[in-house]
Ligand binder design. Structure first.
Ligand code: GDG
Length: 562
């Protein structure tokens, strides 16, 4: 039998515009998969307590799902992930029932030991530092990698318990990069999307991973039909790594693997604009905002909010602020840095060390410049409730965001949305993904403390009409491309990939075509046969001369008609 591979890449893959671009593109069930569920569970006396989990991914997706349910336009949804604690086997069935009933969520159970090597190990001691360009913090440990593979398999097994062939599966983030291909191997018909929330690093950084790991990670991701990143740079880095490590070319960001087209695209994640822009009107938020303003009195509030992490550039920020106070003594007593550091990865050595360094630096600045009636840095190490966060956004005249690397950074977007009067100034690191969408802020290089100091002076001296002009542009942009639009674009694009894949599918030569080839062969006197080799007669290979067809065929064309 002759197989005829038709390799035509269909390029008309632009989105078709719907009447309302916030409408869902599918009535198939949506399965969201992330390392963590939208809630954390704690168990006391055999009873479960559910607490909202913080963080950009959980909050953004929860907003999207709530919106779909509110408008009644999402057929069904299910969220699959780890419930935030290890749960005894005897309690698991009960937790499954409660999670499904109250949250439409399906827990994936992991032991403490699995979580230790997987989450604190491979995810946060290997991938997190490397992908944020901290190679010297990166630990390459085989047992971490083995556990990472094992936990991705556990996620796959749990999903098999709940999946239907017609589901649309959307996998999130760096914890689950092997899951797409594991799932695809079990259910080739599933539509699988993957979104990476952190940067995808350049080839020179990615190649630092051992050969086996980097290949398996790329192959794992290529099990998805659509792979999304926050910005074009990350998309470009990924395509380059796929080409240089796996040898797959792409055409307009469509990668032709040995059996499918995988689409790669850029989807900058938005925020729930409405939630943040309406929050300051909430009476409780308004009351708290007034209190903060009266405490600050004549002092201008400069806000800084981050999870405790070396990627967030908190120490650089303090150094920049110190330089600012040093260089501009006229502002001493007139500004205060309100620094909220949200506890994270407690017990991990680098994080504990960094917390100590931050606290020492805060002490140093307050000791050096502070007076009885003025504290230069108002430091809090805690998680603040949503309403307090909204009040802080609304009461601060400047928001200082200085990550050394950040996939996107939603704090910057939330601040712009919540300062509804448009009088705030955003200072934003060029190393944050969001800098591409918020160029009207003051963009700085966080490694340069003089630039941070200069930006603070510029922010304080920007006239009100100019602040408003810049904020209006940013607010319009954030409102237009909010988290609902981001998620809908992704899902629509995922569903559309199927069409592209159908166009390039390898097709079997039918009996009619076969007969015609043989007839023509017999009729002709001078015959030339052109046969594609690797990718058609043999699998694709880097050096075609090294691979051979499985079974040699007779040269007699009549043998082809069996
Ligand atoms: C990743 C990427 C990317 C923070 N502190 C409190 C609090 N938050 C909320 C904010 C915001 C979110 O958490 C943090 O946003 P980030 O953008 O910094 O996101 P990460 O969670 O670090 O994670 C990041 C993001 O995914 C999305 O793709 O932007 O680059 O690392 O929504 O509001 N919320 C409350 N209290 C706090 O103390 N209520």
């Amino acid at each position: 039998m002759v197989r005829c591979a038709i390799s035509v890449v269909h390029q008309e893959n632009r989105f078709t515009v719907t009447k309302d671009d916030k409408e869902p593109m599918t009535n198939r069930r949506l399965i969201v998969v992330s390392n963590r569920l939208r809630f954390n569970v704690s168990v006391s006396d055999g009873q479960f307590e559910f607490h909202d989990s913080a963080g950009g991914v959980a909050t953004g997706l929860a907003s999207y799902i709530q919106f779909r349910r509110r408008t009644g336009s999402l057929a069904e949804d299910l969220w699959v992930g780890w419930p935030g604690t290890s749960v005894e086997p005897s309690l698991r069935e009960d937790l499954k029932k409660q999670s499904l009933a109250a949250y439409r969520s399906y827990p994936v159970f992991l032991s403490e030991e699995e979580m230790e090597q997987f989450y604190f190990g491979f995810c946060n001691s290997t991938i997190w530092p490397l992908f944020h360009y901290f190679p010297s913090f990166t630990i390459y440990q085989t047992s971490f990698w083995e556990q990472y593979k094992h936990v991705n398999q556990i996620f796959c097994d749990s999903l098999m318990e709940v999946l239907d062939t017609n589901d649309v599966v959307w996998i999130h983030d760096y914890h689950l990069m092997l899951l797409p291909s594991l799932l695809k191997a079990h259910r080739p018909q599933l539509s699988i999307g993957f979104f990476l929330h952190i940067p995808f690093p350049s080839f020179e950084i990615f190649r630092l991973l051992p050969n086996e790991w980097r290949r398996e990670i790329l192959e794992g991701l290529l099990g998805a039909d659509l792979i999304g990143f926050h910005n074009y740079e990350y998309t470009h880095h990924f395509l380059q790594c796929v080409l240089r490590i796996l040898g797959y070319e792409h055409q307009l960001a469509q990668i032709l693997t040995s059996d499918r087209v995988v689409k790669v695209d850029t989807f900058p994640m938005g925020i729930d604009f409405e939630k943040f822009s309406t929050a300051p009107a909430d009476p409780e938020v308004h009351e708290e905002e007034k209190k903060i303003r009266s405490t600050l009195s004549e002092v201008t509030g400069i806000l800084s909010v981050d999870r405790l992490d070396y990627s967030k550039g908190i120490l650089n920020r303090l150094e920049g602020y110190e330089s600012f106070l040093e260089a501009n003594p006229e502002y001493q007593g007139k500004v205060a840095l309100i620094m909220i550091v949200v506890p994270s990865r407690i017990g991990v050595r680098e994080y504990d060390l960094m917390k100590r360094q931050i606290e020492e630096m805060v002490g140093k600045i307050n000791g050096r410049f502070g007076r009885v009636q003025w504290t230069p840095v108002l430091y809090q190490y805690r998680h603040v409730p949503f309403k307090s966060l909204a009040a802080l956004y609304a009461a601060s005249d400047i928001c200082l965001v200085t990550p050394l690397r950040d996939g996107m950074n939603l704090i910057a977007k939330e601040y712009v949305a919540a300062r509804t009067d448009g009088a705030g100034v955003l200072i934003l690191s060029e190393m944050a993904g969001s800098a591409k969408e918020l160029p009207e802020g003051i963009i700085i290089n966080p490694n340069n403390r003089a630039e941070i100091a200069q930006a603070l002076k510029e922010a304080l001296e920007t006239p009100l009409p100019e602040r408003k002009r810049r904020n209006q542009i940013m607010q319009r942009r954030l409102k237009r491309y909010d988290v609902m639009r981001w998620a809908n674009d992704f899902i629509k694009s995922l569903v559309d990939v199927r069409e592209i894949q159908n166009h390039i599918q390898a097709k079997l030569l039918g009996s009619e075509g076969r007969r015609e080839i043989i007839e023509r062969y017999h009729r002709s006197h001078r015959r030339a046969l052109f046969l594609d080799y690797d990718g058609t007669l043999t699998p694709l290979a880097r050096y075609p001369a090294t691979v051979f067809p499985k079974r040699a065929r007779s040269a007699d064309p009549a043998s082809l008609v069996r």
